[in-house]
Design a protein around this ligand. Structure first.
Ligand SMILES: [Fe+2]
Ligand SMILES: [Fe+2]
Length: 442
């Protein structure tokens, strides 16, 4: 592939503080919210400052969910920040996505929702004309997908799979045939092509293969289509997770999916990708720098991760609320146990072998740590670690349940092994990092 380097920033979910979010409803939502909504503007500015400082790389790619929920004022503020990149010599390419248009936008204020001006889907291309759409050499009107030549001999196929009135999270046959024309044209013109798409093309972790909205529909078909038509790299977002995955088509062609996390909440990473003259691709991942808020002595990373771990536990508590009759009793028993029980106590309940390392940890803290690690990538719970042994023990205890649900959940002719899938979701066994890695491209 032709040498090129660029920054990758995604799911910025920016909310303009001019809309004055706050109050009881806002604070209640923040308990389970992954993003730091009020801080989002300062987080984005601090990261853009770092990108501006780097004089080696002048391209920035943002694959969607630019603003919180389609607020017009959020787009106005975000576009100002993009002009700051542009005025400092950067070329910016965005894809818009589901959170970027909204006919019924609102902010949380006081004790409920306050309506604010939203954004019409059809207005987005003009609004972001200076950030990709204006440089398009091909444009697909129904979806707002486009092709741009981002460097001499290097084209980006920007696949918009989150468009209004189009199949959601999908690359249907019509869009695929438009993309095929673009890929054939690139071949004729002797250009290399990589793709960008808001939805992951390859499930970020094995368990996401079972979650409908976690990856593009018919992902094996889409991944094979891209790989067999000369695309070896796709840049994605949407799932707010750090992951790198490889897929091989039946013809033996490889696709690498680099999925990057949301910028404004745990794990809050952005990336720089450099492809050199020998077609070696280097992926580097960076934390959000200090963004000027008082974080009580925590680093931004600790601040983001602590909140995410607490919010995951809060979601589990929420799921254990409600119900009727016996279900209500069982849920409330589960909730009180979840809040108080240690890993050791839980093992005792299930008659699992106990060891010292994790036993004193609260179960709710352990669950939060596992969730943070899955979204940060390079999950450490590999075979032989206490965390792996604990989770493997639980799965073995409930193997009769797994065996019952496996035939219902299986997506291919291959028999689903739920135990293996879940254990590969908590431990990175791929042989390369999800954050800092090198690949030799074709
Ligand atoms: Fe998102
Ligand atoms: Fe999304």
């Amino acid at each position: 592939m032709t040498p090129v380097s660029f920054y990758l920033v995604t799911d910025t979910h920016y909310l303009n503080n001019i809309l004055e979010p706050g109050g009881e409803a806002f604070e209640k939502n923040m308990v389970t919210e992954q993003f730091f909504v009020k801080e989002s503007g300062d987080i984005i500015s601090s990261v853009f400052n770092k990108i501006i400082e780097d004089k080696e790389t002048d391209i920035v790619i943002l694959p969607g969910d630019l603003v919180k929920n389609g607020e017009k004022e959020s787009h106005n503020g975000f576009i100002k920040e993009l002009y700051r990149l542009k005025d400092n010599g950067k070329r910016v390419y965005v894809i818009t996505a589901g959170h970027d248009y909204n006919d019924n936008a609102y902010v949380l204020k006081g004790d409920g929702r306050a309506p604010v001006e939203g954004t019409d889907y059809n207005a987005l291309c003009e609004m972001y004309r200076d950030f990709g759409y204006g440089a398009a050499i091909a444009f697909d009107e129904p979806t707002h997908s486009y092709v741009a030549e981002i460097a001499e001999g290097v084209r980006m196929l920007a696949i918009h799979c989150d468009s209004k009135d189009q199949p959601k999270g999908a690359m249907d046959d019509r869009l695929m045939s438009w993309a095929k024309e673009q890929l054939d044209k690139a071949k004729e013109d002797n250009c290399s092509v990589f793709a960008a798409c808001h939805y992951p093309v390859i499930p970020s972790v094995p368990a996401f293969d079972l979650v409908g909205d976690a990856k593009i529909k018919d992902w094996r078909k889409v991944a094979s289509f891209l790989a067999d038509n000369g695309v070896e790299l796709v840049l994605t977002g949407h799932m707010h997770i750090q992951s790198i995955n490889e897929f091989y088509s039946e013809k033996g062609n490889r696709l690498i999916d680099i999925c990057t996390s949301a910028l404004v909440g745990s794990p809050a990473k952005y990336r720089k990708i450099t492809i050199d003259e020998n077609s070696v691709m280097k992926v580097e991942t960076f934390d959000v720098p200090d963004f000027g808020w008082d974080l009580n002595g925590l680093t931004p990373q600790e601040y983001f991760d602590n909140h995410f771990a607490i919010s995951v536990a809060a979601r589990i508590r929420g799921a254990l609320d409600g119900g009727d009759g016996i279900v209500k009793h069982l849920k409330s028993f589960g909730k009180s146990r979840f809040d108080n029980i240690t890993v050791g106590g839980f093992k005792r309940l299930l008659c699992l072998k106990r060891d010292k390392e994790l036993d004193r940890k609260k179960l709710s803290d352990f669950v939060g740590e596992v969730a943070v690690s899955i979204f940060t990538g390079d999950m450490p719970y590999v075979e032989g670690t206490p965390g792996y042994n604990f989770i493997a023990g639980i799965l073995d205890r409930f193997s009769f349940v797994l065996k019952k649900v496996e035939p219902k959940l299986g997506k291919t002719d291959e028999k689903l092994d739920l135990r293996c899938m879940l254990l590969n979701t908590i431990g990175n066994n791929k042989g390369f990092s999800d954050n800092n890695a090198e690949f030799s491209l074709k």
